[in-house]
Design a protein. Structure first.
Length: 171
């Protein structure tokens, strides 16, 4: 039987500057955020929308390597391990003095190859983004079970500076 059931959960957490500093330096941070879970049944297209916003506890920490992870802590909230990917390296710096001596065709070819490099090697979101006030990443898991029924889950996590929230409020 194909997997036709999926849970999509978006998480929004807002941190103070001090919490961002602690979290990005590797310390664990406990906070409150909100989650909007939506169940989707693919075969019929039925959903649980409009979804209810659920306020819950979050425990944030940093994964040593690899993508972020989201775990449900029964009755409490979520444990979120933010991604830290230190293996990414940017492309070689552009030597504008050297490029100025190239023909127009050479420069166009170089820029096309560089653009393709960026497309094929994007910087994955990691805790460095949080230091600048905003981190967003996805986490997907297949083969989850409720009783005998299988489902997949996708979490979208947004962690922002509380300043971002305050600036969005109307007076």
């Amino acid at each position: 039987m194909p997997n036709n059931l999926a849970l999509f959960a978006t998480h929004h957490v807002f941190l103070t500057d001090d919490e961002i500093l602690r979290a990005s330096s590797g310390a664990s941070v406990s906070c409150v955020g909100h989650c909007v879970p939506v169940w989707v049944e693919a075969k019929s297209g039925r959903t649980t929308e409009p979804a209810k916003e659920v306020f819950c506890s979050y425990e944030l920490s940093v994964v040593a390597e690899g993508p972020g992870v989201v775990e449900l802590v029964e009755g409490l909230g979520y444990r979120v391990m933010m991604p830290r990917d230190t293996r990414w390296t940017p492309p070689k710096e552009i030597d504008f003095a050297e490029i100025s001596t190239w023909t127009s065709e050479m420069r166009q070819d170089f820029l096309s190859k560089r653009e393709l490099w960026w497309f094929n090697n994007p910087r994955m979101p990691d805790v460095e983004n949080l230091k600048r006030g905003y981190l967003r990443f996805d986490f997907k898991r297949q083969g989850m079970k409720i009783g005998r029924r299988k489902y997949s889950v996708q979490h979208v996590v947004e962690i922002s500076s509380i300043k971002r929230l305050m600036e969005s409020l109307t007076t």
